[in-house]
Design a protein around this ligand. Structure first.
Ligand SMILES: C[S@@+](CC[C@H](N)C(=O)[O-])C[C@H]1O[C@@H](n2cnc3c(N)ncnc32)[C@H](O)[C@@H]1O
Length: 275
């Protein structure tokens, strides 16, 4: 595996524990150990309004695993570019993919310096596969596409799955997310896939909005989108895999039994093929 910390945007990247960061807050929701007081404080402000926030984060993480398994088993995908990776936790993309196809290759990218710090220790690979980590910002897609580790590990002549799971809501409209997506998707060959998920206020007008407000008050960009806005932003011109854009809990669920309500989940997901 390789870790690339000198990508544009990584210069001077230092771990600042006095300010909250989405990766560490998400780790807190998932029950991980890599968070600090500032992360917990902002996370609790959001959870005060969105009681099901933790459950929703777990549903999103489970969706990510099912989507990767689908791509590896049914869509023949062997390469993944996972932007907005989060702190290493259970079922990291390469673990899920390499359990199906040991030779799978994964490049991870995140803009949190703490994710960079943990990447070296935790993002291991099967001997047949490859993993790499780059410190990079989704809002600067060219820096990701031109990164030497990305170019070395991924073969842009073969299909690649672009993973934007739980990260687009950190790219409000003023950062031109549609252009970011167009640049990333435009670099991928036909037969590639996009996996994306996004928090919504459509089913609970109070909870997720409280969470988004807590993020913004802490200086973190955040924007909720409804299903149409998310589908148009992420999947315009792509061939959505059934069941389309649905609550993450409803995307090819593996377990029987009662599912959480739409208001509790408040998180859309989808997988689409790039024609
Ligand atoms: C909620 S976590 C999602 C982690 C993982 N993708 C998942 O769904 O389980 C969002 C991640 O996106 C990262 N992130 C937020 N804005 C970003 C940006 N502009 N560029 C790269 N990563 C970003 C955060 O640091 C965090 O690790």
């Amino acid at each position: 595996m390789s870790v690339e910390g000198s990508a544009p945007g990584a210069a001077g990247a230092e771990i600042d524990t006095s300010k909250p960061h989405p990766a560490r807050m998400y780790d807190y929701y998932l029950g991980g150990k890599n968070h600090f007081a500032a992360d917990r404080e902002t996370a609790e402000k959001g959870l005060a309004g969105w009681k099901a926030g933790r459950l929703a984060a777990r549903e999103n993480r489970a969706f990510l695993g099912r989507a990767v398994r689908f791509l590896a088993t049914e869509a023949g995908i062997r390469q993944f570019l996972d932007i907005g990776t989060g702190l290493p936790t259970t079922n990291n993309v390469h673990e899920v993919a390499q359990a199906v196809v040991p030779s799978a290759r994964v490049v991870y990218a995140d803009n949190d310096p703490l994710v960079l710090a943990h990447a070296r220790a935790l993002l291991t690979s099967s001997p047949e596969g490859r993993t790499a980590y780059i410190h990079a910002d989704l809002r600067d897609p060219q820096s990701i596409l031109s990164n030497p580790s990305v170019q070395e590990v991924l073969d842009f002549g073969r299909p690649i799955a672009l993973m934007l799971v739980a990260v687009l809501h950190f790219v409000p409209d003023e950062y031109k997310p549609a252009q970011v997506l167009a640049e990333l998707i435009g670099a991928l060959p036909s037969g590639s896939y996009l996996v994306a998920s996004h928090i919504t206020g459509e089913h609970d007008p109070v909870g997720p909005a409280t969470g988004a407000r807590a993020y913004r008050a802490a200086g973190l960009p955040a924007q909720l989108r409804d299903s149409d806005q998310f589908a148009q932003l992420a999947f315009s011109g792509l061939d959505l895999v059934p069941p389309g854009v649905v609550l993450v809990s409803e995307w090819r669920p593996e377990a029987d039994g009662p599912h959480p309500s739409a208001a509790e989940v408040s998180w859309y997901g989808g997988v689409a093929r790039i024609p």
